[in-house]
Design a protein around this ligand. Structure first.
Ligand SMILES: NC(=O)c1ccc[n+]([C@@H]2O[C@H](COP(=O)([O-])OP(=O)(O)OC[C@H]3O[C@@H](n4cnc5c(N)ncnc54)[C@H](O)[C@@H]3O)[C@@H](O)[C@H]2O)c1
Length: 347
């Protein structure tokens, strides 16, 4: 595509989607959570659980009796959140563990430390994310939105799958809830240029990462159900929510965003309600492969249902993780790209 168009189109698509979401929010009340069953004895990991919607998710799950592990890269903020939640929920089963999703090494170390605790795992909330960051790469050299929002969660989920499988049982499945976004409708997944090297646009990169998360969720759920595992995977869309996610907007857009956010954006607690619902409501027991928005199952973008694309993305993600891991442990990797599909991710 002609490069100025490749830069402008994702921006237009993202803003058009944003306006549509805001019009919807103007005429529809925020979804309010039903009374949820107690979650005593269940253990949840919430990525980015120290602030924004992640914090509200942690708060609600902890108030239902869940043992919540906040996984994040801001230690001080995490420990403050833990103190507040322990006080508010009246129990001490809220804790912080360091996880930097922009480092695949950190993801592996987090999983090792978590597994060493001997805890079960019933709920994994893939919530953390960044948006519209100027061109930057993760520790492993991946474009930041793709590497952090998508690839970090891809590895985390895969490394925790055995634990989620062992902790789930028929009638009480373990649940994987992944926070996507309406921006995925405007996302284009270019398998030949996942890192946006030919022409970087932060709007396109964010939308692509959110589309990748939906493709991943559908493929993951299909694999889990075909094996008969007691684990479900769903994607949620929180709407437009007033959080720090918008900190990378340009200054003019920030100036406009603030008053609009006051009027039309959801609060973090309202935004988190879809995630909490997917994590705990009884009606969703055994149901997965869904895209949930404002209390309902919605149709996601046409490309998110493309089975070939789901499979190709999965294979490519395994290859990227594998090659990165080999580099980290000092192996010279052989030229066997065709075999990567069969490689099971191990911690
Ligand atoms: N706010 C919205 O309007 C909106 C809309 C749709 C989807 N979302 C999604 O909701 C999720 C939560 O975002 P939010 O709106 O609460 O924003 P937020 O900025 O308040 O929270 C983002 C969280 O991600 C964590 N995080 C960032 N980089 C990390 C890293 N390298 N390792 C580990 N954690 C990291 C942050 O510490 C923070 O806790 C994101 O995935 C976002 O894409 C938000």
């Amino acid at each position: 595509m002609w490069w100025p168009l490749a830069l402008i189109l994702p921006v237009i698509r993202l803003y058009v989607i944003g306006v549509r979401v805001l019009v919807y929010q103007l005429f529809h009340k925020a979804f309010s959570l039903p009374v949820l069953p107690r979650q005593n004895g269940r253990v949840a990991i919430v990525t980015g659980g120290a602030k924004g919607m992640g914090y509200e998710t942690s708060r609600h799950l902890a108030s239902l009796g869940t043992h919540v592990v906040i996984a994040g890269n801001e230690e001080e903020e995490g420990l403050i959140a833990v103190k507040k939640l322990q006080k508010e929920c009246g129990h001490r089963k809220v804790e912080f563990m360091y996880l930097d999703l922009a480092s695949l090494k950190s993801v592996r170390e987090f999983v090792e430390r978590f597994k060493a605790r001997g805890l079960p795992l019933h709920t994994l909330i893939n919530n953390a994310g960044v948006m519209l960051v100027p061109e930057r790469t993760t520790e492993d050299g991946f474009e930041l939105h793709f590497g952090l929002n998508y690839l970090g969660h891809f590895l985390l989920t895969n490394l925790l799958l055995d634990l989620l499988r062992d902790s789930g049982k028929s009638g009480r499945c373990s649940r994987i809830v992944t926070v996507s976004s309406a921006t995925h409708y405007g996302g284009r997944l270019d398998l030949n240029d996942l890192q946006g090297r030919s022409c970087y646009c932060s709007h396109g990169a964010y939308s692509q990462s959110k589309l990748a998360l939906v493709l991943f969720t559908y493929h993951l759920h299909k694999q889990l159900s075909s094996r008969g595992d007691s684990v479900t995977a769903n994607a949620v869309d929180p709407g437009m929510v007033d959080t720090d996610l918008y900190q990378n907007l340009c200054s003019l857009a920030q100036l406009l965003q603030k008053p609009v956010a006051k009027l039309l954006f959801r609060t973090p607690a309202e935004g988190a309600s879809m995630t909490i619902y997917a994590a705990a409501v009884s009606e969703l027991e055994g149901h997965g492969g869904l895209y949930l928005y404002n209390g309902e199952t919605k149709i996601s973008s046409a490309s998110s249902y493309d089975k070939q694309l789901q499979e190709k993305l999965w294979t490519r993600s395994c290859a990227l993780e594998y090659l990165t891991h080999q580099r980290l442990v000092g192996h010279v990797f052989p030229k066997q790209r065709g075999r990567v599909k069969q490689i099971r991710l191990k911690s």
